[in-house]
Ligand binder design. Structure first.
Ligand SMILES: Cc1ncc(COP(=O)(O)O)c(C=O)c1O
Length: 394
């Protein structure tokens, strides 16, 4: 059944873009509407998700961590997806759509480098020329991912403007798209940006939550009491939450609380947009945004590059407003402790992004907030973060 895509989530979402981009968004929406329920498209996507990405990812009972934290914990192992993060679920979906649309070039932005790496993989798999914008600061802290992209034939373009992080990379990618809309698909890496991206990326990532539904029923014979996911733009969170929205399951979106230093007029020194952001326009969407009293975007900050974003997906902003999900956060220091817990107790090295979700479970379980069974989305593996963690050792 083909149903209309949501373009707004309450007052959030929409298409706040220059007029020259409207034809590209209309074209993309039409193609996605055409193929989202198409059997041939979905069979081909399933093939790539299974044989290339390695899905389904396991749902693993974390026996020792459960004992330590005092709640039954299952880990959704997106760290085991090819490339080491959930990002490939989305780039395979969009890459295949770009192929069906006859696009000759893919552009993208990346923060932690995980989305860029996933774009490079999809670009190589589908034989489409791929170029990735990355803030220069991020190219330094994630240099292994830059090299990985280059190995797979992708050109990485460092962005020297602004804070040289994700938001500046998005601005540059948007400029490129305006200039090259006819031949180029802009592969947005999270549930952000103008419609149809928030809906389309959520749908591609929902494979995570759909698998959890089956897996947890097999293991427990019921749904979990809570699901916890870290939230930058919000794609791993929406991917695992969406198939549970109608169920009696509590959803926790864990943002980066940063270093705990005092914020300034220009810097938020955290990335907790759902928790503290205000209604605004950023990157083509209306959503909650970290901004000063003049509406200028604040520089966000987190130990986890992938959470370092001053906006958040519009659907998450809406779900937070209506009370369907709980926005919460973990500090850099708490995430680091949780990172070490997962390494030591389970033999799993998580991404610093995912470590924020683990850290929240530690705090919330102690308060009895999560019920008896909790699923944590381990959105990625931590190999990319080892330099950062080693740098923090006293
Ligand atoms: C491992 C990992 N987890 C989480 C995120 C945050 O993105 P999102 O909120 O879209 O899932 C990133 C972003 O790069 C990431 O690399």
């Amino acid at each position: 059944m083909t149903h209309k895509l949501e373009s707004k989530f309450g007052k959030y979402g929409g298409q706040f873009v220059p007029e020259v981009l409207m034809p590209a968004l209309v074209e993309l929406t039409e193609y996605y509407n055409k193929y989202r329920d198409d059997a041939v498209f979905n069979d081909e996507l399933d093939y790539y998700l299974r044989d290339f990405a390695g899905r389904p990812s396991p749902l693993y009972f974390a026996r020792r961590l459960s004992k330590e934290y005092g709640v039954k914990i299952y880990l959704k192992r997106e760290d085991l997806v090819h490339g080491g993060a959930h990002k490939l679920n989305n780039t395979l979906g969009q890459g295949l759509l770009a192929k069906y649309m006859g696009k000759k070039r893919i552009i993208a932005e990346t923060g932690a480098g995980q989305h860029g790496t996933a774009c490079a993989m999809a670009g190589a798999a589908f034989d489409i020329k791929t170029e990735v914008y990355m803030g220069e600061r991020d190219t330094v802290r994630q240099r292994m991912n830059v090299y990985r992209m280059e190995l797979m034939g992708t050109k990485v373009i460092p962005v020297k403007s602004g804070s040289q992080t994700l938001k500046d990379a998005i601005n540059e990618a948007m400029r490129d798209w305006v200039a090259n809309v006819e031949t180029t698909h802009y592969m947005i890496g999270s549930v952000v940006g103008p419609h149809p991206f928030p809906t389309m990326v959520r749908d591609f990532q929902s494979v995570i939550g759909k698998e959890v539904r089956t897996q947890i029923l097999e293991k427990e014979g019921r749904f979990p009491d809570s699901i916890v996911a870290c939230t930058g733009g919000g794609s791993n969170a929406m991917g695992i939450f969406h198939p549970f929205i109608e169920e009696d399951v509590d959803l926790f979106a864990v943002e980066a609380g940063g270093s705990g230093m005092k914020t300034t007029e220009k810097e938020a020194l955290h990335s907790a947009t759902l928790c503290t952001g205000e209604d605004g326009i950023l990157h083509g969407m209306r959503t909650k945004v970290l901004q000063n009293k003049h509406g200028q975007i604040l520089e966000s900050s987190s130990i986890a590059a992938g959470l370092d974003y001053a906006g958040v997906g519009p659907e998450l902003a809406y779900l937070a407003d209506i009370g369907r999900l709980k926005p919460c956060n973990s500090m850099d220091s708490e995430a680091l402790l949780a990172f070490h817990d997962l390494c030591r107790f389970e033999g799993i090295i998580p991404a610093l992004e995912s470590s924020h979700a683990v850290a929240y479970v530690k705090k919330a379980a102690a308060q009895g907030e999560l019920g008896d069974i909790v699923v944590i989305n381990i959105s990625g593996r931590g190999d990319k973060d080892l330099d950062t963690v080693m740098g923090m050792r006293k």
